[in-house]
Design a protein around this ligand. Sequence first.
Ligand code: MSP
Length: 646
Amino acid sequence: MKSYYLTTPIYYVNAAPHIGHTYTTMVADTVARWKRMQGYDVVLTTGTDEHGQKIERAAKAVNKTEQEFTDIIAEEFRMAWDKLSIRIDRFMRTTDPRHEKKVQELFLRCKERGYVYKGEYTGQYCVSCELYVNDAKPGDPCPDCGRSTETVTEENYYFKLSAFQDRLLELYEKQPDFIQPESRRNEVISFVKGGLSDLSISRTTIKWGIPVPGEEKHVFYVWFDALTTYMSAVEGEGRWPADLHLIGKEIVRFHAIYWPAFLWAADWPLPKRVFAHGFLLFDNDKMSKSKGNLVRPLPILEVIGQEPLRYFLLREIVFGQDGNFSYDAVITRYNADLANGLGNLVSRTLSMIRQYRNGQIPASQGSPEIAEVAQTVVGTYRDAMESFQFSKGLEALWQLLSLLDRSIVQYAPWKLIKDTSAEAQQKLDTILYSSAEVIRLATALLGPVIPQACAKIWAQLGMAEPLESVQLGSLAWGQLPAGQAVGEATPVFPRIEAAPAVARMFELEEKEKARQDELVGKAPKVETPKYDIAPIAETISIDDFVKVDLRVGIVRSAEPVKGSDKLLHLKVDIGEAQPRTIVAGIATAYKPEQMLNRKVVIVANLQPRKLRGVESQGMIVAASLEGGSPVLAGFLEDVPVGARLK
Ligand code: MSP
């Protein structure tokens, strides 16, 4: 059996899995399934990158040993892929002893062949953070703590990267698809043409790493260590070289320059291809831990399932380019293409076959025009998938589905059924067969993208063979057997109502973050004011205080106020006959969809006041510093609507 080996990057354990890691891993799972459809024996490797100073520090910050800390996060990754039904064949951690051995072997082989030498490394070092500050000049401050850096010289092992400049350029020339897409290839070529310096591959300032054999105070530089997982994960299986390394664009240099050079130096074969995809932005903003806008995958799974996300990532984002992610966009895509598109087509087709043909696939060749388009689309889809143009392939498939939609309207089966002539009945058979056959082909092709939904449709079509065993090479028009009994068309893609789903995902996202923080033992950050707080107001009596009627309410609807970027128009239910209209100046901090179904505190007996022509019947309670962004008051435990604060 032909084998196919692909990898995702191994992820750093300083952050738990987020949507960026999920993107690469979901795409890898799709490619793996696609290759299985071509009869390959596929292995997909992922894992965790656990060494280095950042991890040392992260563990220390929460009073854990490095091993305890990395065990927890590695498990979070493993669990996430499992819950998302991503089939991971090998999960390699850089702390695995089998991996350590492989890294040491790589080093010894490079050394034996003369590609490693001892030298001195001089850089700007922050003693307090125990970190080198890249590109810093003497006297520059540390970007983390602000203290000034010191010039430090340490003994290091160096790798002769400079020896490989010409050979690398020759590789990119002779094997133009070694790095894809083209834009990344060009970037790498010009980088290499600019000249390569030798690379320091060991550190004496770090302890948390793989020891250099015979030089116990040295540990390996993280990239020398990390890249080797691609080999250690399949050690002894005869699967190396990898067919494909899927990565994000920011780590292309390590994969397209360092990695081939290390492998040449060790006299080991090179991977066949590196594909670097673009970055996902969240609401058009770069995601980062420090910004606190990381999107985690499990809340999405819990609220809408993983397949709307898989479909979105492959359909909406051009693989290789940056793309924007938002909860709303995922749901919009899902409702348009899956609920209204494919789902609707399946239920229409199956219910017509049940109603008009006793639930059996009629004997027919189908429509020659539809058959022809279908065959072409199968080819386009196949080429697109092979060249990682997932969105193009899916777009072509949906053109076929919309052709079918139009054909059903043209044939009008609901009219044909009333006409008993042989010609009308044959036409009815033709359109019913064509519909079912298009659905069969589309489902088989879509299997790698949305496997669970496709398995359901496949079963509803009455197919005997399991979907996973369908082979691409044997997919052709006209194989759907006449007389096959179709099943009940239970909805595979129920419509998702966006607003409550989005609100729920935001809510679960907060909980998931809190769970992960608690897991590593991180206490929530308590902010101590470093500024002058506003003076405390004049003393009042309790009688004065009880005059203020504060109530718990729930937001039933939220909309922006036209012409204002500060105001939101809310309907807040505090248990009265009608929700109250409240105009709140919180739009810079909260989006309407974040407000929906959220519990808030309002001043319920404040004199109504007109804002932008709308009468506001109360005020929402929020905290802020002078000129700062408002933060809504809320409760840690659940509170009934209408409860009074006293
Ligand atoms: N540990 C290194 C990789 C070593 S591979 C031998 C590393 N880890 S990481 O945790 O930072 O993961 C980086 C990878 O995660 C990216 O290359 C990409 O695959 C994925 N993504 C992380 N954030 C991303 C986005 N915002 N968008 C898309 N993918 C991104 O680098």
